[in-house]
Design a protein around this ligand. Structure first.
Ligand SMILES: [Zn+2]
Length: 205
């Protein structure tokens, strides 16, 4: 049993994309009435289901914010829910208030999965803000794609710099500390070479 049902608010977070980790926790307690919410910003997969990287599917609600959930699902259906799973929690700005109300006031078991840090290793969204609300917190890790050690960080392979760049293995890879640092050095070096080439090209015209 991965999850003790005595928990009211569980935060599962990781720094790297390890698949839809929440799925395994929700599957484990499907004897209860469950609804899963994910952000509608992530359109890589079908919006009416969460899909793991292995291709397993669970029906879910793709929403812009959590405060609309009760209305969308209907107040009666909401009242009957035992468990609410929130996936990709870093994309929800109203995460703290929603979790607080659902767990404290409405008596739901809330299971939250998300990234604690972005590709720059800075706090991502409100995921870390809800640690004080949670009665259980788990930090998961993946394997470094380069050496197989435990991967704590995400290396962005492209040179885009916006914080919310949604992508999978084409854009990100899980890496250990050493390969994160080495990777940043390589990315910086590549960027400065490209910059200087651009300058040289510019000077010939
Ligand atoms: Zn490594």
């Amino acid at each position: 049993m991965l999850l003790n049902l005595g928990h009211d608010l569980v935060l599962i977070y990781c720094h790297v994309i390890v698949g839809t980790s929440i799925l395994y926790y929700v599957l484990d307690i499907l004897v209860k009435t469950v609804a899963v919410i994910k952000s509608n910003k992530d359109t890589r997969y079908a919006l009416d289901s969460i899909v793991t990287h292995d291709g397993m599917k669970l029906p879910c609600w793709a929403l812009a914010n959590l405060s609309s959930f009760r209305q969308k699902i209907g107040p009666d259906t909401y009242d009957q829910l035992d468990v609410i799973g929130i996936d990709e929690a870093q994309f929800f700005e109203d995460l703290y208030d929603f979790c607080c109300e659902a767990a404290d006031r409405d008596g739901k078991t809330v299971i939250v999965a998300g990234l604690d840090g972005n590709y720059l290793r800075r706090s991502f969204g409100s995921v870390l803000d809800i640690i004080p609300l949670a009665d259980s917190v788990m930090k998961l890790t993946a394997r470094c794609e380069l050496c197989g050690k435990r991967a704590f960080f995400t290396l962005r392979k492209t040179d885009e710099t916006q914080t919310e760049l949604i992508g999978g293995a084409d854009v990100y890879m899980p890496v250990c500390r050493q390969h994160y640092v080495n990777g940043q050095v390589v990315i910086e070096a590549t960027r400065s070479v490209l910059e200087s080439q651009k300058l040289q090209c510019g000077s010939y015209t």
